[in-house]
Design a protein. Structure first.
Length: 349
């Protein structure tokens, strides 16, 4: 499993940290070439084919009813254009903030290329996806879609842009005030900093590290669990947040022991992926179980069991197991152990 091939880890646009200032952002907003990712409540506009709808600045302004300057975020710059995000207002009608019918934006489709993971092929469409600039499609199929749903099918460029846009939007939504004094903060540094209006302190987007692990026993069986809060049939690898003063490896062993009673020995790093729901960085490991008896905690985890490859395949096909979505690193861990894609499932989460 390669981190740069994970659905939400395929960022290829230069993040351009040296350009994160208000003057650069204002200048980019005057360019016809600048492309905008509209983002609302963890979702982005997609067309009926599942492609992210990128707009011009003018179309984005019209869609969001002339938004305030502090709702624009600089995502990055490549050789051709700048990319920004616009945080659409939350709530209200489901078509609110979508590109409007009658937009004058030209249709723009990526040039076909050999790969969607980087380099010359960074703009290649993913399965069933053609990224485009277009406006006004709310009447004929454009809708807000969760990054969880579309992340795996996006080309690398769009996946990186959308993941960053969603992460920043979630951070701004949850941190309007200074954590030191409680005063309101204002958006600065092109959307990458919030500055306290009272004491001038600067606050940066936070990322919460979490471990996620494929635990395998001496018989090469995989441990999967069903969380108490999930719908029936959902199973995934174990995961949990890293606690203060704790190493990643210790967090792996602690989480598995707490939730299933299984003792884990050696662990090896497998990869990482941002998961901006709202602010996680999922750090994946493979752990070798030293014990096989399962005793679930009954609080976070309701069920857990070992699966052989044949057992998991049969359970997925039969609908007894609903696997994680293809956008998740959990799915990548499972399929890495499985040896390839899981068989077609009746559902996924």
């Amino acid at each position: 499993m390669r981190s740069d091939e994970l659905p939400l880890s395929r960022a290829v646009v230069d993040r351009s940290a040296h350009l994160r200032d208000e003057q650069t952002l204002r200048e980019l907003l005057t360019r016809d070439s600048t492309r905008v990712v509209l983002v609302r409540d963890g979702r982005v506009p997609v067309d009926p084919a599942g492609a992210v709808v990128l707009t011009t600045v003018d179309d984005a302004r019209a869609a969001a009813d002339d938004p305030s300057p502090d709702r624009w975020l600089l995502l990055g710059v490549d050789d051709e254009r700048g990319y920004v995000a616009l945080r659409a207002a939350r709530g209200g009608d489901e078509t609110a903030g979508l590109p409007r019918e009658g937009s004058q934006s030209d249709r723009w489709v990526h040039t076909p290329a050999s790969t969607a993971t980087g380099g010359a092929g960074a703009d290649a469409p993913g399965p069933g996806s053609t990224s485009q600039v277009r406006g006004g499609l709310a009447a004929d199929g454009t809708r807000w879609a969760s990054l969880r749903t579309v992340g795996a099918t996006l080309p690398a460029r769009d996946a990186g842009l959308v993941t960053t846009a969603v992460a920043l939007d979630e951070w701004h939504e949850r941190h309007p005030r200074c954590p030191r004094c409680g005063a309101p903060t204002r958006v600065t540094h092109a959307g990458w900093v919030r500055t306290c209006t009272e004491d001038g302190s600067e606050h940066y987007p936070r990322t919460d590290p979490a471990v996620i692990m494929a635990v395998v026993d001496e018989h090469d069986r995989l441990l999967l669990a069903h969380a108490s809060a999930w719908a029936a049939g959902r199973y995934s690898t174990l995961a949990g947040f890293v606690e203060p003063g704790e190493s990643l490896e210790h967090a792996v062993r602690r989480e598995v022991a707490e939730e299933t009673g299984v003792v884990v020995g050696p662990v090896s790093y497998a990869g990482s992926q941002p998961w901006p729901f709202p602010a996680s960085l999922m750090v994946a490991f493979v752990g070798r179980a030293l014990t096989s008896e399962v005793r679930v905690d009954g609080v976070e985890v309701e069920l857990a069991r070992w699966f052989t490859r044949d057992e998991l395949a049969a359970a997925v096909v039969g609908g007894q197991v609903v696997p994680p979505s293809t956008s998740s690193i959990a799915r990548a861990l499972i399929e890495d152990w499985f040896g390839g894609p899981l068989p077609a499932a009746t559902a996924q989460f």
